[in-house]
Design a protein around this ligand. Structure first.
Ligand code: NAI
Length: 360
């Protein structure tokens, strides 16, 4: 299917711009997708991944860039949504010339798109890309960057979870609740700390023995279980997927015992319709892209000159945004994921419209 057809979506909008970039010598094949600049320059990371086909790469960049527009809109940022993919195995082809060639293509968009890290790209890569373009964030501390984004991602997830707890149990705290954390990676670790400080009891799992060792050493009070299947069948109040996407699917939702789902993982809903399945089972789902926006809030702050306290304050507002979405979902009789999309579309339309007021 062609890019125009693939890009058409149910909101009646499509992508503004999709740019194919090639530099044969370095092996660069990149696609930059700009979904919307209604709120400002498009911001979103670069995924470096060995897609099986070009169609798969196109589908991913279109999906991811659209998702960023919604995430950035609800995070209250003056930024639109974009994303890029570099097609290939980073272990095999990532070199300085390739990253710098990519940087020059980003620069050629003259600020319509800001890039950052994603799967397969890391902070040092952003420093290399920055040698060719101003439009890159998520840089190292030595270069004025903010460093590890998982700190504010975890903080934001915790805030979203507090709002969900308030919606279900009447108080914005996890004290006395049993929270299941799937994935004790960068975000899961910080999240576990916030939950324990708040008085929750945590049960967790990870496939990586080192992550489990970390938990045994740092938080001996955390109960560790053998896998995600066991975790979701546990008597939980809250389930926090913090590993890979697709955690909420036709197999897991029917057996899930938690009343609330709020976690960091991107794309938790395996397919459209799962949000309805959750609602039918009386499980409140705090949309992933709302509660995990702390990371993008951090890299967006870096564009202004990073200030941790300011960024943390913005990430704290994820509590208010989640509350508003849950209220709207109830008022409109729709699942929270639908309410979140509506709120994002409203902000893009209402604030984006102001650009029609002509300024010299
Ligand atoms: P990470 O790679 O540091 O941690 C993921 C953890 O999940 C690892 O410890 C891994 O061993 C574990 N894991 C993988 N498969 C598992 C399974 N089947 N069962 C249990 N554990 C499993 O990644 P990070 O940065 O902590 O991110 C976690 C999730 O949050 C990802 O989906 C990521 O896309 C998302 N996210 C992260 C942000 C950030 O700032 N780091 C920002 C927004 C979203």
């Amino acid at each position: 299917m062609g890019v125009f057809a693939t890009s058409a979506d149910s909101s009646g909008t499509g992508h503004e711009q999709v740019v194919f970039c090639q530099d044969k010598q370095s092996g660069l094949r990149a696609i930059i997708g700009i979904y919307s600049t209604a709120l400002g320059p498009a911001l979103g990371g670069t995924r470096f991944y060995p897609y099986a086909t070009e169609d798969e790469a196109v589908a991913d960049v279109l999906d991811l860039s659209r998702g960023m527009a919604y995430k950035n809109a609800l995070a209250g940022l003056d930024l639109g949504g974009g994303k890029a993919v570099i097609w290939g195995d980073p272990e095999q082809i990532k070199t300085e010339p390739l990253l710098r060639a990519y940087g020059r293509f980003v620069e050629s968009l003259a600020g319509r798109y800001y890039t950052a890290c994603d799967v397969g790209t890391y902070v040092p890569d952003m420093d290399v890309i920055a040698r060719e373009t101003r439009y890159v964030t998520g840089r190292s501390v030595e270069h004025g960057g903010a460093g590890d984004s998982s700190i504010l991602t975890a903080w934001g997830v915790f805030q979203g979870m507090r709002a969900a707890a308030e919606h279900v149990w009447g108080t914005p705290t996890l004290a006395g609740r049993r929270v299941g954390v799937a994935g004790l990676g960068k975000v899961g670790k910080y999240l576990t700390g916030h939950l324990i400080d708040d008085g929750a009891s945590v049960v967790a799992t990870d496939v990586n023995e080192r992550a489990l060792d970390w938990a045994r050493r740092t938080y001996p009070q955390v109960d560790l279980v053998a896998g995600t299947d066991e975790l979701i069948a546990t008597d939980l109040d809250v389930y926090a997927p913090c590993a890979l996407g697709g955690a909420l699917n036709d197999d897991t939702v029917p057996v899930l015992r938690a009343k609330v789902v709020a976690g960091a993982a991107n794309n938790q809903l395996a397919h459209p319709g799962i949000e309805k399945l959750l609602a039918d089972r009386g499980i409140l789902y705090a949309p992933d892209y709302v509660v995990n926006a702390g990371g993008v809030i951090q890299v967006a702050d870096e564009i202004e000159g990073f200030n941790f306290e300011r960024a943390k304050l913005r990430a704290t507002r994820i509590y208010d945004t989640t509350r508003e979405i849950l209220r709207l979902a109830d008022a409109e009789g729709v699942p929270p994921a639908v309410a979140a999309d509506r709120l994002a579309e409203r902000r893009m339309a209402e604030v984006g419209r102001l650009r029609t007021i002509h300024l010299r």
